[in-house]
Design a protein around this ligand. Structure first.
Ligand code: SAH
Length: 263
């Protein structure tokens, strides 16, 4: 039986923020094709000394596929390593479609997305009762367009928490779209540059002042932008731990008191 290609999420950067499953795949790999622009080289230290390491940064789709195909033909254990979680802006579908054409099987190992590493760096929760119970994961239209109805301004009207990828380079334009779409200028914004890397940087502000802070800090790439008042930590308490709220694993304190009284 032919080997499979394993698409694996390398996490946001820190070498210990990969899954055990990804780590095992790297240890067993004979060939790792990694997205060198964002994958921390430290993660490749999990690979064994005989493993062939190939940076895909300069390869086009055809070259990527022929490299994966060669690995499979040579009966190698092949890992295609993507940053964060491979299912978010990973361009894995086009690779999978080509592998289907070549009758090469594959599987996917999830990873810690930079969105969640950034939220952790901000020590915040993205879904806060009374503020936002939804997260919009998106990017601003740039050189790559977005489909109709999916512009930042279209989404902004929901006032939900937004995790914005790939959009730091025109922070002024982004802020204009967010305010035009419906967020108050006082809405909280957190920006994390290289979340979980040693040179991680955190900026906090509001839509009114964040662009200036980004300009001063000279962050122009590799940043996650989280918008929404959930990150200002001012919402309601959750019902989950409310003493008077019962759920499958806990009776409510009120009910327990009543039950004791009725005994
Ligand atoms: N699949 C990846 C995203 C790839 S798109 C994931 O799940 O994280 C690349 C974009 O992701 C960057 O432009 C940036 O917006 C974001 N990004 C990737 N790694 C990051 C990190 N360590 N810190 C902050 N943002 C990061």
């Amino acid at each position: 039986m032919k080997n499979k290609v394993i698409f694996a999420g390398a996490g946001p950067g820190a070498p210990d923020l990969i899954t055990l499953r990804c780590c095992e795949a790297l240890q067993n790999a004979d060939m790792i094709l990694y997205a060198g622009s964002l994958v921390n080289p430290e993660i490749l230290k999990h690979a064994n000394s005989k493993c062939e390491l190939i940076d895909s940064a300069n390869l086009n789709l055809e070259e990527i596929i022929s490299t994966l195909q060669r690995g499979i033909d040579e009966e190698k254990n092949v890992v295609r390593l993507h940053t964060g979680d491979p299912t978010i802006y990973g361009a894995i579908t086009e690779q999978m479609n080509e592998l289907d054409q070549c009758n090469i099987e594959y599987e996917v190992i999830p990873g810690v997305s930079s969105l969640f590493a950034a939220a952790a760096a901000l020590k915040t929760e993205l879904t806060l009762p009374g503020i936002s119970q939804s997260i919009i994961i998106t990017r601003r239209a740039g050189r790559t367009p977005v489909p109709d109805g999916q512009n930042i301004a279209d989404f902004a009207k929901h006032n939900a928490t937004m995790g914005i990828f790939l959009s730091i380079s025109d922070i002024e334009g982004l802020v204009d779209d967010l305010i035009f779409g419906g967020y108050a200028p006082t809405t909280a914004v957190g920006i994390v540059y290289r979340a979980s890397w040693e040179n991680e940087k955190i900026l906090r502000g509001t839509l009114e002042d964040i662009a200036e802070k980004v300009r001063t800090s000279q962050i122009t790439r590799q940043a996650m932008i989280i918008v929404g008042n959930a990150i200002s930590k001012t919402g309601d308490k959750s019902l989950l731990y409310d003493a008077n709220f019962a759920h499958g694993y806990r009776a409510s304190a009120k009910k327990i008191t009543e039950a004791t009284r009725n005994r």
